[in-house]
Structures are given as structure tokens and as C-alpha cells.
Design a protein around this ligand. Structure first.
Ligand SMILES: [Zn+2]
Length: 389
């Protein structure tokens, strides 16, 4: 058993309580919150720092980490040309190195799990479990004529899901690159398989104005509208970006229960625009946060992402912290995202730093979102294992 004491605990439980008290971890799960009993083998002194749930990055491509600072980010089109050229010469060794780099950065900046979208997710799964990360990995499906993958993307994805679906720290799923490289048949087949294997479908959707215009030319409908007509929007879908969702499409996303991932830094970096997150939250869409890859961010630090998303959208701190924790957990159907009895022990501790120290319980959440940085993360615990101390 591990006991964390002397911390201000930002629980993210249903009442969003911030409490002074201990957190007891038994094996991979949280056993007690706030109690004073000392029956533990290991005691971690939080030294007046903040104890909070590990952050969940809902959209990234960790296999691209080595491309940080290497790609022209003036537009998504230029960006994709270059990353596709890179992918065509990619090797397992490079993906492994990128994944390792990403794991180190995530662990040191307080991200305890993430939803990835890429190919060779088996290689990534392997590196992540070696590092002790919890990973949710979507194998990207796209039409055969556009892919750099060996073999058929949809078959690769299915065999990955089959092989990894019973692993403890890895949850495999199906991904879709986007409507610009996925035909209706490809999306249909992917959805069918996701239903069969009970996984999420993780895709890029309505990221740029160009994507919307291209789709309108081809199908006379906007991407999200078209997804809705074809019954591709659902509770299963995790849609990254949705920058160009109009009010009608925001309604469709809301009614279908689709989860949206806001990637405000990447969208700004690639000049894609800014998603209407305030309206999405008003319509009760399950909004989450992602960094996207380091090639378009250039950081996997979710504290930066929380602050930028809050500033770009004028969001209250509590909404932003919810997006990075409990909303993400809901989309993934996983027992993570809050410090409550029975939840998996994915917990981080922030140090007691004058630059972000809460002066009362009331400014803890605001200080996490607006003042803290990844560098404040002092301890990272994933699935009850102390990964960083
Ligand atoms: Zn992306």
C-alpha cells in the first residue's frame, strides 16, 4: 500500500471536492481518500503540494515525436505533405525512439494516459508498457491508395485490436485518418469492426477550411453533416479538432453523443482556426483536450494545453480541468480521471512552488490551469506504480 500525505487533494470527484487529507493506494487502485489511517508500506510526503488525477491527452501521435521542430507548419496541407514523405521512409526503430521520447515527456509533465492515432501501434504499445504508461491506441485506417502502411490498413487495425484487447495497460481501438482519405465504405467497415470489438473510433474531423470545401465539392455536404447523415456520429466516436463545425453541426455532434477533442495549440500552430468550444460545452458535448503531435505543438505538456485552451476559448478553469480528466475518462470508458475510492491509481503530485501555490482551496483548480506547468510535476503514479519521484 502507498499513502500520500500532506497534500491538497484536487479529487475531481462528482462534487469536485478539494480536500486536505491522505490518499491510500492499494495495488492498482485508490482505496481511501481523506482518511487518516496509516496502514501503508510506502509513505509519500506531498510536502504541501497538490495531489491530483493524472492528465489524459486525448489526441496525439507519439510515433512522430522526433519530428518536433522539423516540419513546416504554415498550413495543414504543407504539414501533411512532409509528414507523409517522412512516413514513407519510416522504420520501426524510429517509431520506437519517438514513442520512448514521448513517454518520458508525458511522465515528467504529468500525463498518465493518452489516446494515440497512428500505425505500428504494436511497437508503440510495447514501448509504453515498458515505461509504465497507460495507453489507448487507435490504429489509423485509410483507403489503400493513400496509405504508407504495409498491407491493408483495416486488416492491420483489426489484427492489432485482436492481439491487444486483453492487455492491462494497453487498450487498442480503431482510428480513421480523416474524410479526405477515407471513403464512405472504409468508414462504414471501420465502424462495424469498432462495434464488434467494442472500441472507440478516433478520427480527425473538420480540421481545416480546406477539408470542408473539398468535402462539399465531392459530396455537396460538410464533413460533420455528412458523417451525421451516414450515421457515423455516435457515442463511440472521438473526433479530434472540429474547428470548422457550424452551429448545425455542433447540434449533430451533441445529439449523437460524439466526444470532441480540442487541440487549440496545434490548430493555432497550423493556422487551422479555432474551434467553438464554448458553444460545444453549452450544448453539453463531451469536450476533451489533446496536444496533437510534437510536430505541430511542439510540446506534450498538458498544462500548456489546458492554459492555451482556456485562454483561446474564454473557459472557466474547472471546465478545462474536467476536459483533461473526467471527460476524457468517460470517452474512454475507463476507471481513471478522478481520485475516488475504486478508481485506478493514476495520480500526480505537483510541488509546492510559489509561482502556483494555492492560497486557499478555492484557487487550487484555477492555479492548476492558469499558473502551473509540467515542470511542477514532482511525482507520477500510474496504475499504482510510482513511475517518477
Ligand atoms: Zn492529429
Amino acid at each position: 500500500m502507498i499513502m500520500i500525505k500532506n497534500g491538497l487533494v484536487v479529487t475531481q470527484d462528482k462534487r469536485r471536492r478539494v480536500i486536505e487529507g491522505n490518499v491510500l493506494i492499494d495495488g492498482d487502485a485508490i482505496d481511501e481518500v481523506g482518511g487518516a489511517t496509516d496502514k501503508s508500506d510506502i509513505v509519500i510526503d506531498a510536502k504541501n503540494g497538490i495531489v491530483m488525477p493524472g492528465l489524459i491527452n486525448m489526441h496525439t501521435h507519439v510515433g512522430m515525436t522526433e519530428l518536433r521542430g522539423m516540419v513546416d507548419c504554415s498550413s495543414l496541407e504543407r504539414f501533411l505533405e512532409q509528414t507523409t514523405a517522412f512516413d514513407s521512409k519510416n522504420t520501426e526503430g524510429k517509431i520506437r525512439r519517438s514513442a520512448r521520447l514521448a513517454a518520458e515527456e508525458m511522465i515528467s509533465t504529468g500525463t498518465t494516459s493518452f489516446l494515440d492515432l497512428y500505425y505500428s501501434e504494436d511497437v508503440i504499445a510495447d514501448e509504453m508498457s515498458r515505461k509504465g504508461m497507460r495507453s489507448f491506441l487507435s490504429w489509423a485506417v485509410l483507403d489503400k491508395e493513400y496509405t504508407t502502411q504495409k498491407g491493408e490498413p483495416i486488416r492491420n487495425a483489426e489484427s492489432f485490436v485482436k492481439r491487444y484487447r486483453n492487455k492491462k495497460m494497453t487498450t487498442p481501438s480503431f482510428g480513421l485518418q480523416g474524410v479526405y482519405v477515407c471513403s464512405k465504405e472504409t468508414i462504414e467497415q471501420t465502424n462495424r469492426l469498432a462495434k464488434q470489438y467494442e472500441t472507440v473510433v478516433h478520427m480527425h474531423l473538420s480540421e481545416t477550411r480546406k477539408e470542408v470545401e473539398g468535402h462539399k465539392k465531392k459530396y455537396s455536404q460538410r464533413p460533420i453533416e455528412w458523417m451525421g447523415r451516414n450515421r457515423f456520429l455516435s457515442r463511440r466516436l472521438v473526433a479530434a479538432h472540429c474547428v470548422w463545425a457550424n452551429p448545425k453541426e455542433i447540434g449533430l455532434l451533441a445529439r449523437s453523443g460524439t466526444t470532441v477533442v480540442n487541440n487549440s495549440i496545434s490548430n493555432a500552430r497550423l493556422n487551422s482556426g479555432s474551434a467553438n468550444v464554448r458553444d460545444m460545452i453549452k450544448k453539453r458535448i463531451n469536450v476533451t483536450l489533446g496536444t496533437d503531435s510534437t510536430a505541430s505543438n511542439d510540446s506534450l505538456d498538458m498544462f500548456q494545453t489546458m492554459k492555451f485552451s482556456a485562454l483561446m476559448n474564454g473557459l472557466p478553469a474547472q471546465h478545462v480541468l474536467d476536459a483533461a480528466t473526467v471527460n476524457a475518462a468517460r470517452a474512454l470508458g475507463s476507471e481513471i480521471g478522478s481520485i475516488e475510492r475504486g478508481k485506478k491509481a493514476d495520480i500526480i503530485i505537483l510541488n509546492d512552488d510559489a509561482a502556483m501555490r494555492p492560497t486557499t482551496r478555492d484557487n487550487a483548480v484555477s492555479n492548476i490551469v492558469f499558473a502551473a506547468q509540467g515542470g511542477n510535476v514532482d511525482t507520477t503514479i500510474i496504475n499504482g506504480r510510482v513511475i517518477k519521484r
